[in-house]
Design a protein around this ligand. Structure first.
Ligand code: PLP
Ligand code: COI
Length: 370
């Protein structure tokens, strides 16, 4: 396959064989798809693939035409759900170049997810190289304006067997999808439903890693949110059922009348890269940020008294989305009178300006791919 395995700076490195798609989308077809891509429905021409087995280790690194995977019906992922994924974006700069935002953090989290799920850890440089190669070959698919190219690295267990044990074989791949806003209303305030029937994660479980199973388990609660006219579900802790954890696919922040922020502590939630970036940016400007438990009851009381000024959700897909309304079986309440608050919108602009290369990057988060 013409693949070589070298060591650069002592790090194991795979060279990707690049096989451009024989039938890429025409320029006209691509332009039509990029007009209003929505989220996660349009895909680029290529994908990155790297395979793992115990004799060869990571091997067969390729950039190739996006196509189906042949999977045996006994492939382990289809039975025991050994699957992990990541989400990051490529942003087109005004000068025509392309930025990735903290891909090293995604690579590290992917490795942690692999370890928790007893999967083969992918060397972080291979993760980053796969993402960069895919962005380069599919650069024509990166939307301009406020759009971006959402990158989805993932890994599945591909060994063929029916006993319960960690798979000895894996497929790692990256696909790419040009996206607009995750929510239909863009950065307009979203409504959330407090799930009192279902929990997402318990101590010792998999809440802190990005495995597909976490999302499978969240879908019923998300459906309940939709049934109640809400955009997203918010989960409570699994022990006392009163501490706010996170949304189905986003972390959460609260803004108080003294200007401070708070966000639930790490442990059973996904350690969001957007969450971490917001904490850093807020602290840069002298804002106090607490990582501490907050109950839904306190949230309701603070919204009523005016102590709580704003709440917002954050994540790669959602960026920063103000929360305008909270609904639950015990009644609804508004946050910021249902409007987008200035702190959420200001933080959104600060973050997005760094991502698109319009503002200085004091933390060295940007990786220029092109
Ligand atoms: N929490 C969950 C459950 C998520 O799926 C995501 C999205 O990846 C986040 C939080 C936010 O993480 P990040 O900011 O790294 O995208
Ligand atoms: C992301 O923000 O990247 C996610 O994976 C969350 C999902 C809701 C799309």
């Amino acid at each position: 396959m013409g693949v070589s395995f070298d060591k650069i700076d002592g790090v194991s490195w795979l060279k990707f064989e690049i096989q451009p798609a024989a039938n890429p989308a025409s320029e006209k077809d691509r332009a039509a798809k990029l007009k209003d891509p929505g989220f996660g429905r349009v895909f680029t021409d290529h994908m990155a693939v790297v395979r793992y087995n115990q004799t060869e280790g990571w091997h067969g690194a390729r950039i190739e035409s996006r196509a189906n995977f042949p999977l045996d019906p006994a492939a382990a992922v289809l039975h025991y759900a050994q699957e992990i994924f990541e989400g990051l974006k490529a942003y087109k700069r005004d000068d025509g170049g392309v930025n990735l935002f903290r891909p090293d953090a995604n690579a590290r989290r992917f490795r942690n997810s692999a370890e928790r799920m007893a999967m083969a850890p992918l060397p972080e440089p291979v993760f980053i190289e796969a993402v960069e190669q895919l962005v380069r070959i599919d650069r024509a698919w990166i939307p301009g304006g406020e759009g971006s190219l959402y990158l989805r690295p993932f890994m599945v267990a591909s060994e063929i067997f029916l006993g319960v044990k960690p798979s000895a074989e894996y497929i790692f791949a990256v696909i790419a999808s040009p996206v607009g806003s995750y929510f239909k209303g863009g950065p307009a305030p979203v409504s959330i439903w407090v799930s009192e029937n279902y929990t997402r994660a318990a101590i010792g479980g998999t809440g802190a890693v990005k495995c597909g199973g976490n999302y499978a388990a969240s879908l019923r609660a998300q459906a309940e949110a939709i049934d109640h006219g809400c955009d997203q579900v918010v989960f409570l802790d699994a022990v006392e059922r009163r501490y706010i954890e996170e949304l189905g696919g986003m972390n959460i922040f609260f803004v108080f009348d003294d200007g401070s922020l708070s966000t639930p502590p790490l442990g059973t939630i996904l350690p969001g890269i957007t969450r971490d970036s917001i904490i850093a940016l807020a602290r840069d400007s002298g804002t106090r940020v607490r990582e501490e438990p907050y109950t839904v009851g306190q949230w309701r009381a603070d919204a009523a008294s005016g102590k709580l000024k704003e709440a917002f959700a954050c994540g790669t897909a959602a960026v920063i989305s103000p929360i305008g309304k909270v609904c639950s079986a015990s009644g609804d309440f508004l946050v910021s009178g249902g409007a987008a608050g200035p702190i959420a919108m200001g933080m959104r602009k600060k973050l997005v300006d760094i991502q698109y290369g319009r503002a200085p990057d004091p933390h060295d988060w940007i990786r220029k791919v092109l």
